[in-house]
Design a binder for this molecule. Structure first.
Ligand SMILES: Cc1ncc(COP(=O)(O)O)c(C=O)c1O
Length: 374
């Protein structure tokens, strides 16, 4: 089968629009020259509506995990009591990272197919007034669960804890209101809803988080917020950034802004609903309940998920993701974030129904959802 036109339907990296890829091959420029000095602050300002903030957005050259580490490196030092909400692979990453920085890690675990409970968080914090930072995940790509960050932020009440959120696989595809919800640090990355290649992370700190970072005595260098601040004041990155990825992101933001954020959010919800209706019409079960279903990736239960994925990749060139942790081999995940359309969802569902010998079952169910939304 013709396999050079691959359909990448994984939760990141996501397909990159051709005009974004073209921009990534622009000639190199001086990252301390006048063009870049104008471009970088513009890009960072244009990201603010995605975070829902008026605070400075910082760019780190590295993957999403580098952004997570920038948060931890500036807020966690040996002995800092932190609470990590662990309901998936990326929640676990927060806990591992905080331990690596010597934090005194409390873990509040919740089942890997549900959302974190704001009530449990409230209770935990009430009985642990010493906690200084709570680490949460907005969209747990590993479990295809979206967490209610507004409710988790409110659950702190008057507790001192800062709230740090991994929004790597949601920002740009799912609404986020950092300032309004009172979130203290938000992290995202270029290769998911932002439609650019991997390699850039973005981190935003509230004023409170910035003060805490200033007072924190932990070791750090590449991620030191103070160094970033000193350079950003003169509109320069502290270290050589991925200039090519900045060009790419600039173009990706043009596309996102032309669509409009509200429409992009609605598109992600529509793709989610089409995929869920389609897989259910095939007699398959989504991993999560509707109430916590991720708008950017859908998990589907299947006994021989990995063999099924391999067959689809081989036969049709459509790449789905596998399960992680307890779901390894038991689910497959359909990514629908970033540069993806409702029509793409029909393609993904078409290969499922062909593989299961149920022609038309999934696509017709999904088409009905799409029609209703028009
Ligand atoms: C929710 C979430 N957090 C963090 C990461 C880590 O990002 P990276 O692989 O870019 O370091 C990912 C990547 O898949 C993710 O989906």
């Amino acid at each position: 089968m013709f396999r050079f036109k691959q359909e990448l339907r994984i939760p990141g990296p996501t397909p990159v629009p051709p005009q974004v890829l073209a921009k990534a091959s622009s000639p190199m420029i001086n990252h301390r020259g006048s063009v870049f000095k104008e471009k970088l602050p513009q890009i960072l300002r244009r990201l603010q509506p995605l975070f829902g903030t008026t605070e400075q957005v910082y760019m780190v050259t590295g993957s999403g995990t580098a952004g997570m580490e920038m948060a931890v490196a500036n807020l966690v030092s040996p002995g800092t009591p932190v609470l990590c909400l662990v309901g998936g692979f990326f929640g676990e990453r927060w806990a591992k990272m905080c331990r690596a920085y010597g934090g005194e890690v409390h873990e509040l675990s919740y089942p890997w197919d549900t959302a974190a409970s704001p009530d449990q968080v409230r209770e935990y914090l009430l009985s642990h007034p010493e906690i200084e930072v709570v680490f949460a995940t907005h969209n747990e790509s590993s479990t295809t669960v979206i967490n209610d960050i507004q409710a988790l932020a409110e659950a702190r009440g008057s507790h001192q804890a800062l709230l740090v959120v991994d929004a790597v696989s949601s920002l740009g595809g799912v609404p986020f209101a950092m300032d309004e919800w009172g979130v203290d640090v938000v992290v995202t990355a270029s290769q998911k809803c932002l439609m650019a290649p991997p390699g850039l992370a973005f981190v935003c700190f509230s004023k409170r988080a910035r003060e805490k970072a200033r007072a924190s005595s932990g070791s750090r260098y590449y991620f030191d917020l103070e160094i970033y601040d000193a350079y950003f004041q003169r509109q320069e990155p502290p270290y050589t950034p991925s200039v090519s990825l900045c060009f790419a992101l600039d173009e990706a933001l043009n596309i996102l802004e032309a669509e409009g954020l509200e429409r992009a959010f609605a598109r992600h919800l529509l793709m989610r609903d089409m995929v869920r209706a389609g897989v259910r019409a095939l007699g398959l079960e989504p991993l999560t309940e509707d109430k916590c279903a991720s708008p950017t990736v859908t998990g589907v239960k299947l006994a021989h998920a990995d063999a099924f994925r391999a067959e689809i990749r081989e036969k049709y060139g459509v790449e789905f993701a596998g399960g992680q942790g307890p779901f390894a081999g038991k689910i497959f995940r359909i990514g629908h974030m970033g540069y993806a359309t409702p029509l793409d969802m029909l393609t993904s569902l078409a290969v499922l129904e062909m593989s299961l010998d149920m022609p038309g079952a999934a696509t017709s169910a999904a088409e009905r959802v799409w029609k209703q939304a028009q």
